[in-house]
Ligand binder design. Structure first.
Ligand SMILES: Nc1ncnc2c1ncn2[C@@H]1O[C@H](COP(=O)(O)OP(=O)(O)OP(=O)(O)O)[C@@H](O)[C@H]1O
Ligand SMILES: [Mg+2]
Length: 333
């Protein structure tokens, strides 16, 4: 039976009453009715519909079996699981009654919903966001794993205006072993050059996504990606052309005809004029120019430099999360 508000779900260690849907029909805020190991009133219950989501939910559950992940202060905590994650659901008698669910800690907001405006004035929150997400990625790196979906809606924040804001990375359902290249992972705006090139998705691809995530959070909307696309189709070529305009030309793509076509078209789109005297088809400037257009408050030069430091096109020269945690911007203050 699907989840709905008012439903009571029983996990291995606690009982939860579903309240509002955060993302119907799969993600609900919940009240902790009993949870001997949970010293909190609220939680989030997440289920899956469809086969792909089910695979992702089980993968997420399995990732939390790794003690470093389960105990990380930088990764959204898993409280409990509902249903038999260890069995094949089709043979589970509980399957018809309670779908498989994961119960996570409640966080106040995600970065997508949090305006950066008042937090651009000083570097406190941008530093905490950077340190927390990079620390989570460093944990995954120890297992040669990549999260593959670092973006503002998977970064959660609590106690924002309090003494010590807490930032955590969530959504571990698409984590993979580094190097996966059978398809291009990562969301279009946060996708790293080597993923576009077809080389694969790596720890360093997540580090790229941290740079894009910071830029998008500061800007209040996407800069990378296809949200400004004004031609029909060719979404991928548009995104690649945008990368070229924002940060520079990517290396060659793998010898795969569809990718080669996209890269060729992107090259043309990047320099194409709309018509005589009408300017470029793609209006975006360099990433620096875009971020420097933010005023009152503006983004500090140190933060702009830190974002540039993360967004190195050549993955071999891009810092790892551990390198980035040592950067003077994060070490100071
Ligand atoms: N722990 C939490 N505390 C508060 N809100 C949450 C929490 N987890 C999720 N949410 C809210 O629910 C939304 C969807 O959650 P989540 O990202 O876990 O699901 P999802 O199905 O993976 O979504 P997507 O595919 O968009 O990433 C989040 O964007 C956030 O607004
Ligand atoms: Mg999500």
């Amino acid at each position: 039976m699907a989840l709905r508000a008012g439903k009571i779900v029983r996990g291995a260690t606690g009982t939860y009453e579903l309240l509002d849907a955060l993302k119907a029909p799969t993600v609900y805020k919940a009240q902790v009715l009993s949870g001997p190991r949970i010293n909190k009133r609220w939680a989030v219950v997440k289920t899956a519909v469809g086969e792909l989501e089910n695979v992702a939910l089980k993968r997420e559950y399995n990732n939390y079996k790794i003690p470093d992940i389960a105990s990380s202060p930088y990764i959204r905590t898993l409280y409990d699981a509902v249903g038999s994650f260890e069995e094949d659901v089709r043979h589970s008698s509980a399957a018809a009654e309670d779908p498989l669910c994961l119960v996570f800690e409640w966080m106040e907001t995600d970065l997508q919903s949090l305006s950066s405006h008042q937090y651009r004035r000083d570097s406190r929150l941008p530093k905490i966001i950077s340190k927390s997400v990079l620390s989570a990625l460093d944990t995954f790196k120890r297992y040669n794993a990549a999260h593959t979906d670092v973006n503002p809606n998977n970064i959660f924040v609590s106690n924002i205006d309090g003494h010590s804001p807490v930032v955590k990375l969530g959504d571990l359902g698409t984590m993979i072993k580094e190097g996966f290249n059978r398809q291009r992972l990562q969301s279009l705006p946060c996708r790293a050059p080597e993923v576009w090139q077809g080389i694969g998705c790596f720890h360093s691809s997540d580090v790229w996504s941290v740079g894009v995530t910071l830029a998008h959070w500061l800007y209040g909307r996407a800069i990378f990606g296809a949200s400004d696309k004004i031609i029909e189709d060719h979404t991928e070529a548009w995104c690649i052309a945008k990368l070229q305009r924002l940060v520079g030309t990517l290396g060659p793509c793998m010898n795969h005809q569809p990718y080669k076509n996209e890269f060729e078209l992107a090259e043309q789109l990047a320099s194409m004029e709309i018509g005589p005297g009408l300017g470029k088809l793609i209006k975006v400037g360099t990433l620096r120019q875009e971020l420097q257009s933010l005023l009152d408050p503006s983004v500090s030069t140190q933060l702009l430099e830190f974002i540039d430091y993360l967004l190195v096109i050549d993955m071999a020269k891009r810092p790892t999360a551990r390198d980035a945690l040592q950067h003077p911007y994060l070490q100071s203050g």
